[in-house]
Write a protein that binds this ligand. Structure first.
Ligand SMILES: *Cc1c(COP(=O)(O)O)cnc(C)c1O
Length: 354
């Protein structure tokens, strides 16, 4: 039996996606060859890449200014690629968590950065709000979901400044107007596929404005021109992502999955708030739909017992991030309601025997 995998990333994928990916590794489309040994210039793979790009456009309702790229180097390489491509004079950043702070650290190596707000003072347990956006910055960098701390941006600023957003852990989980972003990026391994590929969506009108002579791999314009095939793409990761995008499309797309995600989150946070043995980590209004962080009020008494019950219920991956402690249940698109219900039942069971 497949365990309920609540890991933050790499994270759970639908069983049918894993099944199809496994089959393709042995025999792609009944061709008698493996997905991972065919040429990326073959007809089969070009069709895969084309569909993987167009399905993102469809699911996110992107306009023609927005280009979809599949790149390598993880979300982490985007921390540098973004300023290399977009930063001319100055960029603004919001420090809402550890990944936001890594993005700031990398950008500072490249240009002038202004950090408009930070929630570090309270261990990143809330989303910084009410900051003034300078008119003269090249872009504002945001992190829509803070994977480690479990906070999520519910509303995005209305501004003429191009918005750049790290959506690694909540992309395609809720319906937002993706066209209002200048650039969106996401490491696939949280909510859209396996590790090894990074989705980048960029408004092409923002490109070509700096005078930097970039290394080719770091230049978005080259990847656009080469349709994400400037070099050998990670064929397995792109294909598994495509399978997962098809799965999402079949579920009814982003607005349908959002309903399910809201239902799952309400069930789990409801129990965290109701059950006297537990408490949430973050400010209520900023709680993430994707990563629910919580503590046992009395770890010394209950941790061993709770961990045992969790294990018996076939649940894995709920330990909190090492610097936060406690528990973190990541309830991405592919986690079924039944998995969340199983976890909630375990929390109730602990209360009963306490
Ligand atoms: C996981 C994560 C990253 C880092 O992604 P890599 O693909 O491992 O580089 C960056 N930002 C956020 C919000 C993440 O959750």
């Amino acid at each position: 039996m497949k365990k309920y995998n609540f890991s933050a990333g790499p994270s759970t994928l639908p069983e049918e996606v894993l099944q199809q990916a496994a089959e393709a590794v042995l025999n792609l489309n009944n061709s008698g060859t493996s997905l991972i040994e065919i040429s990326h210039r073959s007809k089969d793979f070009i069709a895969i890449m084309d569909e993987a790009r167009s399905l993102v456009k469809k699911l996110m309702k992107l306009d023609d200014n927005h280009e979809v790229l599949y790149l390598q180097g993880g979300a982490s390489l985007q921390f540098s690629m973004i300023p290399y491509n977009l930063l001319k004079n100055k960029a603004a950043y919001i420090d809402s968590g550890n990944f936001a702070s890594s993005a700031i650290k990398e950008a500072k190596k490249i240009g002038s950065i202004e950090v408009l707000a930070s929630s570090k003072d309270d261990k990143y347990t809330y989303i910084p709000k009410n900051f003034e956006i300078p008119k003269d910055v090249d872009y504002l960098h945001l992190t829509s979901n803070n994977t480690v701390y479990g906070t999520e941006l519910k509303e995005f600023p209305e501004t003429d400044v191009p918005l750049v957003c790290d959506m690694s852990s909540d992309i395609l989980s809720r319906d937002i107007d993706f066209n209002k972003f200048g650039l969106i990026y996401a490491g696939a391994q949280k909510n859209i596929g396996p590790a090894g590929v990074t989705l980048v969506i960029v408004n092409k009108n923002l490109l070509g404005k700096t005078d930097r002579n970039l290394p080719s791999y770091l230049d978005y314009q080259i990847h656009i021109e080469k349709e994400s095939m400037a070099n050998t793409p990670p064929v397995f990761a792109v294909y598994a992502t495509l399978l997962n995008l098809r799965w999402l499309d079949k579920q009814g797309g982003v607005s349908e999955i959002e309903k399910k995600n809201r239902e799952k989150a309400a069930l789990l946070y409801g129990e965290i708030d109701r059950n006297p043995l537990f408490r949430g980590v973050c400010v209520e209004e900023d709680r993430s739909l994707m990563n629910a962080c919580f503590f046992l009020n009395d770890e010394a008494t209950y941790k061993a017992k709770f961990d045992e019950l969790v294990k018996q219920a076939n649940i894995i991956g709920i330990n909190g991030y090492r610097t936060v402690g406690g528990y973190r249940a990541s309830i991405y698109n592919a986690m079924p309601l039944e998995g969340v219900q199983t976890l909630v039942n375990v929390m109730k069971e602990l209360e009963k025997i306490a």
